[in-house]
Design a protein around this ligand. Structure first.
Ligand SMILES: NC(=O)c1ccc[n+]([C@@H]2O[C@H](COP(=O)([O-])OP(=O)(O)OC[C@H]3O[C@@H](n4cnc5c(N)ncnc54)[C@H](O)[C@@H]3O)[C@@H](O)[C@H]2O)c1
Ligand SMILES: [Zn+2]
Length: 349
């Protein structure tokens, strides 16, 4: 029996740049209007910003969690195929996280992978989903369980898109912004508290600073742990409990609002189990309430709630892994947390 070694240690360099600013997107997108470029655009964004896009080679997509499907990927592939896109073609994804995730996955598979550019238009996609190369869809009722790691060629963030974003979508993104502060940077969390009026009024300069900070933190963690074998899972802070809230409320509680409650309750759980200090709990509460986020949730069906928590991708036989900040800005992963402990916590609040 012989063996042959496939040496892949010399990795391809997938590095890319994130450009952040305002009022520049018209010029930047103009670079991508050519034979080799194809657009996938969130339908609402297309209607609001029609003049930014070319007359043809545009695939309009209704961004909706129910459309984050295999069928949507197939329709993007069909669009690329009909347009005659080749291996050197580029797909420009303009929209929120759903457009980016579905379009990125289509780009990752068309001709075994073509280049794509992320042009995020929601706060959430600017600070989180457009960076880091996680692409994918929901399959058989489970969220983001089919997909691929595939990094974009470039990310273009124009803050001007945020001017048309509905309030609840804006706050959805703000919950993720707060998450970065709790997990990575106490000073940044304080900045968010001090500048809440400017941020709630969507002041461009303040937003520019905040989005840049978040992208830096995200880029840093992706550099260390691209495929989420460890540290990248810190970005799931608040999301384990949030997932149960979203499921139990039949998604009536929107993601960011569920994450807000999740961040508070995971921290309170940690505090009660001597895994986090009281100041952290107070910091989390103070910032979340400053932005008007709720920090409590009335469980409708306990079985549904706890089942959703254990069905989470982060759970295994020994228990759950939670991202916890023992003190503000110092997130770490705590493994093997038993679901009984979590049930105990919920029976006492
Ligand atoms: N890939 C990752 O690393 C990652 C990280 C976090 C979240 N996600 C995924 O991101 C998705 C959520 O992303 P999202 O919050 O951006 O949702 P989304 O893409 O559904 O956009 C939210 C809503 O805002 C509208 N919209 C987008 N831009 C607009 C604009 N500029 N003006 C007016 N309306 C606009 C959209 O049409 C949609 O109705 C989830 O599916 C989640 O799983 C992925
Ligand atoms: Zn999230």
């Amino acid at each position: 029996m012989g063996k042959v070694f496939v040496d892949l240690k010399k990795q391809v360099d997938y590095s890319y740049e994130i450009t952040i600013g305002s009022g520049f997107i018209r010029d930047s997108l103009a670079v991508y209007i050519g034979e080799d470029c194809f657009y996938m655009v969130d339908d609402k964004v297309f209607n609001l910003y029609e003049s930014l896009f070319p007359d043809d080679r545009v695939h309009r997509f209704k961004a909706d969690e129910h459309n984050k499907t295999y069928e949507s990927v197939v329709s993007v592939l069909g669009f690329l195929f009909r347009c005659g896109a080749r291996r050197d073609g580029k797909l420009i994804l303009v929209g929120g996280g759903i457009t980016g995730d579905v379009g990125g996955f289509a780009a990752a598979t068309y001709m075994r992978g073509i280049a794509f550019v992320q042009v995020p238009t929601t706060l959430l996609s600017m600070v989180d989903s457009s960076v880091g190369g996680k692409t994918g869809i929901n399959f058989k009722g489970a969220k983001n369980n089919v997909g691929a790691f595939s990094q974009p060629k470039q990310v273009l963030i124009d803050m001007d898109f945020l001017k048309t974003l509905p309030d609840d979508e804006y706050l959805n993104g703000m919950a993720e912004v707060i998450k970065y502060g709790v997990v990575y940077d106490a000073e940044f969390l304080e900045y968010l508290y001090e500048n809440k009026d400017k941020l709630l009024n969507r002041d461009t300069e303040t937003l520019d600073y905040v989005v840049t900070c978040c992208c830096r933190m995200k880029a840093d963690v992706v550099k260390k742990d691209e495929k989420e074998t460890g540290e990248r899972a810190l970005l799931n802070f608040g999301h384990t409990f949030a997932h149960a809230i979203e499921t139990d409320s039949h998604h009536e509680v929107k993601h960011g609002f569920a994450v807000a409650v999740g961040m508070y309750q995971e921290t309170e759980f940690a505090y009660k189990n001597k895994l986090a200090d009281e100041k952290t709990l107070n910091d989390v509460k103070r910032v979340l309430t400053a932005y008007g986020f709720p920090i409590t949730y009335e469980i409708r069906d306990r079985e549904v709630f706890f089942h959703a928590m254990t069905a989470d991708k982060k759970a295994d036989k020994k228990g759950l892994t939670l991202a916890i900040s023992p003190s503000t800005g110092t997130g770490k992963l705590v493994k093997n947390i038993s679901i009984e402990k979590i049930r105990d916590y919920y029976s006492q609040i």
